[in-house]
Design a protein around this ligand. Structure first.
Ligand code: FES
Length: 125
């Protein structure tokens, strides 16, 4: 009685070549393969440099520019949930952006992070 039924709606999928996919304010910034546990890297979000880090399989994102005098946090070292600025040693908590060691006094802005398949997406909070 009914002809062969086929769904008209298919679920969209991401690919590594889709670098600017946006959903609910989120933008894809990297694949999970590019940021394995214990690794951080600089990513771009609409022209802003963001530090994306993987701590034990969870991802965190904070602004990449140190609030002291602008050191590049992606060139610093990770200490579990902290990143150390390479210029003067300030440390920031990746979960909250708060300063855990000076001389910096102001916290870093943080970003919401979510994972969709192998895609890491972030948005400003
Ligand atoms: S610029 Fe980062 S601690 Fe000075």
């Amino acid at each position: 009685m009914f002809p062969d039924w086929k769904p008209l709606i298919t679920k969209p999928s991401f690919s590594d070549s889709m670098c600017a996919v946006k959903t609910e304010g989120y933008t894809r910034v990297a694949s999970t393969d590019e940021v394995p546990p214990g690794v951080s890297r600089k990513v771009d979000l609409a022209g802003a440099a963001v530090l994306l880090a993987n701590v034990d399989g969870s991802y965190y994102a904070i602004r990449n520019e140190c609030t002291h005098v602008g050191g590049p946090l992606d060139e610093g070292r990770l200490y579990h949930f902290e990143v150390e600025c390479p210029w003067h040693g300030s440390r920031f908590d990746l979960r909250t952006g708060s300063v855990t060691h000076g001389p910096a006094r102001l916290p870093e802005p943080t970003y919401d992070v979510k994972v969709d398949g192998k895609n890491i997406l972030i948005r400003p909070k």
